[in-house]
Ligand binder design. Structure first.
Ligand code: MTE
Ligand code: MO
Length: 509
């Protein structure tokens, strides 16, 4: 005769909730990456196969990380309910299961960047708390079994039991949620608000009125910070206080140096419009944005550190261990590669890398745009593969010539007559010299381009379409300033960026 399975499953759920609560609370003291859920999630992010990752991103978009954590908790809850049932009949197996979970969490936590032995504490204590709860419930449930009562659990005991388990479950969930919320508070908000950005020695050019074509639904020339795409591997956004921030320039250099935030701000600053792009951007998508960045030239810092011959790669490393590898040559070829502290006139937003990130015109973000920057290490491409290179992406990745139709939208309906077709085109550090549009298999038509301050940004384009009724395909292609035309050959984002023409289908009525 066994106690009601639903009751033991509830006990298991309560044990999981209390375990998560203990884990989250201890992670507040030990560090955010030691939370069992964050640690296991981080290992999954770092090791999940590319195909599955792309599938998750296509399914959940930028909510993929929240989805991962919710998924982890759901699985934990399901397993916890199972262990609760198991604890009645096969306690050894149940407690072994709890121990395995604790060890998996602890093992995940020690592999995280900058982890040490205390990182195992939240997971181990979480498992211990879960085990204690299970043990307590078991000792309350099992004696019932030996009683001669035909009902497995007497009604009064059952009620008391439900109340206890239910309250523990509720309290555990509430505490875990509180711990999570408290841990995610943006602790450097105040530090960021206290930053006064220096006046640039070389300000950005004043934008001509023609930089903006002012067409509804067309991406604005400057992407507002809160609309700027976000891509990174961080499950919790690193909180780096400027007073703690240090930049180490080291490795194969003759004069290693370390800079504080104050020392960085005291250097001559440049201010430039640069369009950042992600290699994972599918043709026609929005993982691209343009901002006015304020920062210090990387070339000046490298000149001071004096790289040794053969150090052909600069590895920028973030506080959370992410790395990007940039050709030393590119950083020193005169382009406006910078360590940025400002974005569109304000200190870098925390999720965009506060206090300091790298920005390199012409290269995809994964090989250049390290956020929450901590060090620049001079090495060679032969000696070191950065984060995404280990996962199959190309080591050298200049941004490809591309163009996009913003309006009309794909699948949209417009009325016959004059329809403005418009979008953006980019060929960072080369420049866009022309854009053409065609309807179906018709002749390519020259579009009008906006005026841009440099070759490092995208430009807007527009073409006036005299739209006849019916269903039509619109297609765009760009030319770069070296005279190359954008290829129509379709290539996937892996390993070095998508190619192909953006096409939209429009119904004209
Ligand atoms: N620390 C850190 N920096 C990072 C990344 C990351 O995962 N971690 N991702 C890179 C990638 S792939 C891109 S495309 C850009 C995106 O910058 P954004 O989020 O400010 O748009 O950041 C780069 N810098
Ligand atoms: Mo990216």
């Amino acid at each position: 005769m066994t106690p009601d399975r639903r009751i033991s499953a509830l006990a298991g759920l309560a044990a999981v909730a209390v375990a998560l609560a203990v884990g989250e609370l201890l992670a507040l003291a030990v560090g955010p990456l030691s939370s069992p859920v964050v640690a296991v999630g981080g290992v999954i992010v770092d090791h999940v196969p590319e195909a599955l990752k792309e599938f998750a991103i296509s399914l959940f978009g930028t909510y993929d990380k929240i989805a991962l954590q919710v998924g982890t908790v759901v699985i934990l809850a399901a397993v916890g309910a199972g262990l609760g049932v198991l604890a009645i009949g096969r306690p050894r197996w149940a407690f072994a299961g709890v121990a395995v979970f604790g060890l998996v969490g602890a093992a995940a936590a020690v592999t995280r960047h900058d982890a040490d032995w205390v990182s195992v504490i939240p997971s181990l204590f979480a498992a211990a708390a879960g085990a204690a709860i299970l043990w307590n419930f078991r000792s309350r449930l099992v004696p019932v079994e030996s009683a001669a009562d035909p009902d497995p659990v007497p009604a009064s005991d059952r009620r008391r039991f439900l109340i206890t388990a239910g309250s523990l479950l509720g309290a555990g969930v509430a505490t875990a949620a509180f711990g999570r919320w408290y841990g995610l508070r943006r602790t450097v908000d105040a530090d960021r608000a206290a930053v006064t950005l220096p006046v640039p020695a070389e300000p950005a050019p004043v934008l001509p009125a023609e930089a903006e074509l002012n067409i509804p639904r067309l991406a604005p020339f400057v992407t507002p910070n809160d609309k700027f795409y976000l891509i990174d591997t961080a499950l919790v956004v690193p909180q780096v206080s400027p007073s703690q921030w240090r930049l180490k320039i080291h490795g194969r250099v003759r004069k290693p140096l370390t800079l504080t935030y104050e020392q960085l701000l005291a250097r001559p600053m440049i201010e430039r419009y640069v369009t950042l792009a992600c290699v994972s951007n599918e043709v026609g998508d929005g993982l691209i944005g343009n901002a006015k960045w304020l920062g210090v030239r990387v070339a000046d810092l490298l000149a001071e550190a004096d790289p040794e011959p053969g150090a052909d790669q600069v590895v920028s490393r973030s506080v959370d261990g992410f790395t990007a590898g940039t050709p030393t040559e590119v950083l020193r070829d005169g382009r406006d590669a910078m360590l940025a502290v400002g974005m569109n006139g304000v200190p870098l937003p925390i999720e965009h890398g506060f206090p300091v990130r790298m920005v390199v015109p012409g290269l995809y973000g994964y090989v250049s745009a390290t956020k929450w920057l901590a060090e620049l290490e001079l090495t060679s491409f032969a000696d070191f593969d950065a984060y995404w290179i280990k996962r199959g992406w190309a080591a050298k990745a200049p941004i490809k010539l591309q163009s996009r139709i913003d309006t009309p939208i794909d699948g949209g309906k417009v009325s016959a007559g004059q329809v403005p077709v418009a979008g953006v085109a980019w060929a960072q550090h080369v420049g866009v010299s022309g854009v053409e549009v065609r309807v179906g298999d018709g002749a390519w038509q020259r579009a009008r381009l906006s005026t841009v301050p440099s070759v490092d940004t995208w430009c807007q384009w527009t073409w006036a379409w005299d739209a006849p009724p019916g269903k039509h395909w619109l297609e765009v292609r760009a030319y770069d300033a070296s005279g190359n035309v954008q290829t129509d050959a379709i290539q996937d984002v892996l390993p070095d960026g998508a190619t192909g023409h953006h096409r939209v289908e429009v119904t004209v009525t």
